[in-house]
Design a protein around this ligand. Structure first.
Ligand code: DP6
Length: 309
């Protein structure tokens, strides 16, 4: 009744920002992501006759409510002791619900002795957090409906993803509340969703062709449009810090000097630069020199969530 699993966080190149079903966590539009090797979460689940569920993240107690929703969806009635740890090089605010709920879904089903398919595990992870559905298959993954699927293996394309950790500001609005507020109040939201529906098939073609300028530029446009949508919410959602903008400008300069790198940004201040592995050193060095950037983590594509023991 005890198992440990690991999963990588993922970064979306076509973003999920809006639900068509709030209870089932189904997205309004499909999204595309890649799993990141350096962002690994390891989770141990023990099932038993405990007084209550408990959940610790890096040793700190957290609310087990979303984890319980996932366990209920799996048909696991026993109480759970969940211990999760992020294996990140720094404690710099890179914690991600994508790796956390993917590792939880895999560990919980293993602990309960449930034999689930990869598609079923992805659908369970989705109940914890939509983006977690993509961390179960890992690699280059597409999520449109109940579960996500790997569309290309991590080895398909040896790109690098340089995460510039931008000084954390005052506590921001999380993805769940942020995307709900955007959907309800942003006049640009329908346009953003329509754009995502066009971006996904285009991105898949560019990914198949390993077209870095094409996919990089598409991912950057998609992310900036997501932020334009969020900025247009009422009240506005501004996720960026000064260092985020400085990193965007640094990438413009890099491109002007012949180094091909494009940005994506989730619902937070950190910027992820997408580039060829041969350019990763130059991109990392430039981002490290940006005032306000406290750390740069260079990641390669990673694989699926897995049971460790
Ligand atoms: C900006 O998956 O964290 O990272 O489904 O409400 O838990 P919930 O949201 P979550 O949102 C991720 C938003 C994003 C874009 C993405 O990963 O596609």
């Amino acid at each position: 009744m005890k198992a440990t699993a690991a999963a990588h966080a993922n970064i979306a190149l076509v973003k999920y920002w809006g639900k068509r079903d709030e209870a089932l966590l189904l997205p309004e539009a499909g999204s595309l992501s890649v799993a990141l090797d350096k962002l690994l979460t390891t989770t141990t689940v023990e099932l038993g006759d405990f007084a209550a569920d408990s959940f610790t993240l890096d040793g700190h107690p957290e609310d087990p409510c979303r984890a319980r929703a996932l366990l209920d969806a799996a048909g696991i009635r026993k109480r759970a002791r969940i211990a999760s740890g992020n294996d990140f090089p720094t404690a710099a605010g890179l914690a991600s619900s994508s790796s956390g709920f993917a590792a939880l879904a895999v560990a919980a089903c293993a602990a309960a002795g449930l034999r689930k398919s990869a598609d079923e595990l992805s659908a369970l992870a989705r109940i914890g957090s939509g983006s977690a559905s993509r961390s179960v298959p890992g690699g280059w993954a597409v999520w449109e409906d109940a579960f996500a699927r790997q569309v290309f293996a991590p080895s398909h394309w040896d790109l690098r993803f340089c995460i510039a950790v931008c000084a954390a500001g005052p506590k921001q609005v999380g993805s769940r509340d942020g995307m709900r507020a955007t959907r309800e109040t942003s006049p640009y939201h329908a346009a953003f969703i329509a754009q995502c529906r066009r971006d996904l098939p285009d991105a898949l073609k560019l990914l198949a062709a390993r077209d870095l300028p094409g996919l990089g530029a598409l991912a950057e446009r998609n992310a900036l449009r997501m932020h334009a949508d969020a900025l247009a919410a009422d009240p506005p959602l501004l996720y960026w810090q000064p260092a985020t903008v400085a990193c965007l400008l640094a990438l413009l300069e890099l491109r002007a000097s012949g180094v091909a790198a494009w940005a994506t940004i989730d619902a937070g201040p950190h910027l992820v630069a997408i580039c060829a592995s041969s350019d990763a050193g130059a991109v990392e060095g430039r981002l490290r020199s940006v005032p306000g950037v406290t750390e740069v983590v260079v990641c390669a594509p990673a694989g699926a969530a897995r049971v460790l023991s």
